[in-house]
Design a protein around this ligand. Structure first.
Ligand SMILES: Nc1nc2c(c(=O)[nH]1)N[C@H]1C(S)=C(S)[C@@H](COP(=O)(O)O)O[C@H]1N2
Ligand SMILES: [Mo]
Length: 253
């Protein structure tokens, strides 16, 4: 057993033991105190998910990287899950090749900003060949190009007290990620795919590409990003639209 495996075992059996002896409510209270509770825990009922998130967060110290692939491993077929929004403001921007699109960044930042697509493309970018895995059971490998979200957060001066980054697309499938995930080097605001601009159906002009989490966390058609220290008053307080359709807020792989 290597170090990581034994640590995982200690953490999960530890939290499970607390849950067993004192009830899930107490485990949730302890997890919450250490910032290990997912926003959609909904008290005792969802606490299993919350503990999965907590256990993964404790292991995050290693900053594990999602696997990257070689160019020859790029998939021939790239399925789409949810076509681009059938929404006039979006369609107008698409028609204008997103010249008038801006990515608004606000919330707990020293310098709120509105970035154009060209502006983003002029920033330092990186390309990575990773797998996008949909919770429905299919996946594909592609090359995504974009700016690290951490770079943007530095640029706008995100507060050290901030805990979450909320992402708003042009449809109602909004979501959020926590700061460790937002600052992870593989978390990109992607504008390119397989050497081309992102197509509308794959999330143009810019999508979140977060290869350590399932497909549905990889929000497409982004319009605005907001940095916050609490999700309680954002939407219904569950951290994203995903719980409404039965997916947990945390989609870690
Ligand atoms: N805004 C928005 N982002 C979204 C979705 C969506 O419906 N709306 N679908 C998600 C799901 S379930 C998956 S699996 C991936 C699929 O990405 P792709 O269509 O580029 O393959 O996008 C995710 N991002
Ligand atoms: Mo998905």
């Amino acid at each position: 057993m290597n170090d990581k495996v034994s640590r995982r075992k200690i953490i999960t059996t530890g939290l499970a033991a607390v849950a067993g002896v004192s009830g899930l409510g107490v485990a949730a209270t302890i997890a919450d105190r250490y910032g290990l509770l997912a926003p959609d825990h909904q008290g005792v009922c969802g606490v299993g998910e919350a503990l999965t998130y907590g256990a993964q967060r404790l292991l995050m110290a290693s900053h594990s990287l999602a696997r990257e692939f070689g160019r020859s491993e790029i998939s021939k077929v790239h399925p789409v899950n949810h076509e681009h929004p059938d929404y006039d403001p979006y369609k107008r921007l698409l028609y204008g090749k997103f010249a008038d699109w801006r990515l608004y960044v606000d919330g707990m930042v020293a310098r709120p900003a509105a970035f154009s697509l060209d502006g983003l493309k002029r920033m330092p970018f990186r390309s990575q060949i990773t797998e996008l895995a949909c919770e429905e059971g299919w996946s594909y490998i592609a090359e995504w190009t974009g700016v690290q979200l951490s770079y943007i957060l530095n640029l706008v001066g995100a507060s050290a007290k901030a805990k979450w980054v909320v992402l708003y697309p042009f449809n109602d499938f909004w979501g959020s990620i926590d700061m460790p995930e937002a600052l992870h080097p593989q978390t990109l605001l992607a504008f390119g795919m397989n050497g081309e601009d992102l197509t509308a159906d794959h999330g143009a002009p810019v999508r979140l590409r977060i290869p350590r989490q399932l497909g549905y966390k990889n929000l497409k058609f982004l319009a605005r990003i907001s940095v916050v220290d609490s999700l309680k008053n954002v939407g219904d307080g569950n951290g994203s639209a995903a719980p409404e359709i039965g997916y947990s807020w945390y989609g870690g792989i």
